[in-house]
Design a protein. Structure first.
Length: 188
């Protein structure tokens, strides 16, 4: 079997270095990269199999826990992702009802924990501001504002910036909506 004189530019799938492959099916730049990639693939397959076996092993237990009214602290930590310390703190505060049947036999009502997570209130939506009207008759220029309200143009610019009033620049003129400016300067 002879060697090909082809030199195909490739990028190694393991180390991401560029190299010249001699065959169309070459995926790695060296034997060590191929071995490392194979080991990683086997490790991922092993983890996947372990997860599947755990799910098969505990699927009945998970289904049973989800139907019971009272669950243990350890089961609650797994189901709801809360630490044991947090659960005990919630029990002390009286936010969760529990029953202590003996040493390490504290049982928690599952519906109380579910109620903690379902009662999340969203903040009220802020009213969206309407888009400013930059039509010809509805805007002032900076000089018009300073003349009308007897204010320095620098002061007018500071007021616009401080109150976040939208502006539109056309050529050398800066236009500001009349209604926004009138609201601000009417109070002063």
């Amino acid at each position: 079997m002879g060697f090909s004189k082809l030199k195909i530019p490739r990028v190694c799938e393991h180390c991401s270095k560029s190299f010249e492959a001699k065959t169309v099916t070459t995926r790695f730049c060296s034997v060590s990269c191929a071995n490392k990639a194979g080991k990683e693939r086997k490790k991922l397959e092993k983890k996947q199999k372990e997860k599947e076996t755990l799910l098969k092993k505990y699927s009945n237990k998970i289904a049973e826990v989800q139907t019971r009214e009272f669950i243990s602290v350890a089961e609650a930590t797994i189901m709801f992702g809360i630490s044991k310390d947090t659960l005990h703190r919630l029990i002390k505060r009286g936010m969760i009802t529990s029953v202590n049947l003996g040493v390490r036999l504290t049982r928690i009502r599952r519906s109380d924990l579910e109620a903690l997570f379902t009662s999340v209130e969203l903040p009220p939506k802020k009213e969206e501001k309407s888009k400013p009207n930059f039509e010809v008759g509805n805007c002032y220029t900076i000089t018009e504002i300073s003349e009308k309200f007897h204010a320095d143009p620098g002061t007018v610019n500071n007021v616009i910036r401080r109150n976040k009033i939208p502006t539109k620049k056309v050529g050398s003129f800066v236009y500001v909506p009349k209604d926004e400016i009138d609201k601000i300067f009417a109070n002063r």
